[in-house]
Design a protein around this ligand. Structure first.
Ligand code: PEP
Length: 254
């Protein structure tokens, strides 16, 4: 059985006081209101991760994720954060290949393959983001483009390694724009990605792979998106910054 996950990507938002308030609100609401087997991953900015851990019960429903990490384990990379550092403070997941990092920091599929490797080597789980631009969606082979992102960054892994990877399909045209993929568009892509994974690793692995949808998901549209058979949860940006709304999104997946 694949995991249901709702992850919140806070991006570069919140002061320290605001971050602590949001953490404590979300953790309490999840404890009081969420049932079922959904896992919640909170991805605050790096600088708050150590403090965030104090709000989280180890082995519980809520875990911590980072928004990125460097592809090397240590060294002269001023300003960067490594996978072993994240592992040493109790982080469990790392978002890799978010479209903002691909766009503004020029991360490539090859570099992301290295990041995936270092994250897995240190016992962390990558939330690997993929997705097409609006131009590709309207004029190109968007399905082939997204499959290729997965091929180039993930298909060198063994099946055992791949079992620790979470995929997040995030069409770039839907991120932060208020334009959500329709539930049918999300389902089509997730179904094809699962088939692509089955082609490489076999059906059992593909059926066990968690594939999240991201892109303007919120408390109004989450239930319909999550009702699709191949949509296993969400990677949530804007709506994860409000405790009530984020908890409602989680409840739509429980
Ligand atoms: C994201 O950036 O991962 C995301 C899905 O953002 P939003 O929900 O704000 O579109």
């Amino acid at each position: 059985m694949r995991k249901k996950i709702v992850a919140g990507n806070w991006k570069m938002n919140k002061t320290f006081e605001e971050a602590k308030a949001l953490l404590s609100e979300v953790v309490n609401m999840v404890k009081d209101e969420v049932t079922g087997d959904v896992e919640v991953v909170l991805c605050p900015p790096m600088v708050y991760l150590t403090t965030s851990r104090q709000y989280i019960t180890p082995g519980g429903r809520v875990s911590l994720g980072a928004q990125n990490c460097h592809e090397k384990a240590s060294g002269a990379y001023t300003g960067e954060v490594s996978a072993p550092m994240l592992q040493s403070i109790g982080v469990e997941y790392v978002i890799l290949g978010h479209s903002e990092r691909r766009q503004y920091f020029e991360e490539t599929n090859a570099q992301l393959a290295e990041k995936v490797n270092i994250v897995l080597e240190h016992g962390l789980k990558p939330i690997f983001c993929c997705g097409e631009s609006r131009d590709l969606r309207e004029n190109g082979d968007y399905m082939g483009y997204v499959k290729n992102q997965i091929t180039e960054s993930l298909f060198h892994l063994s099946a055992d390694q791949f079992a620790n990877v979470v995929i997040a399909y995030e069409p770039i045209w839907a991120i932060g724009t208020g334009l959500t993929a329709s539930s049918a568009q999300a389902q089509d892509m997730h179904f094809e990605l699962r088939r692509h994974i089955a082609g490489q690793y076999g059906d059992a692995v593909a059926q066990d792979t968690t594939i999240l949808y991201g892109g303007s998901a919120n408390e109004k549209n989450a239930a319909e998106l999550f009702a699709q058979p191949d949509v296993d949860g969400g990677l949530i940006g804007g709506a994860s910054l409000k405790s009530r709304e984020f908890t409602n999104v989680i409840k739509a997946r429980q």
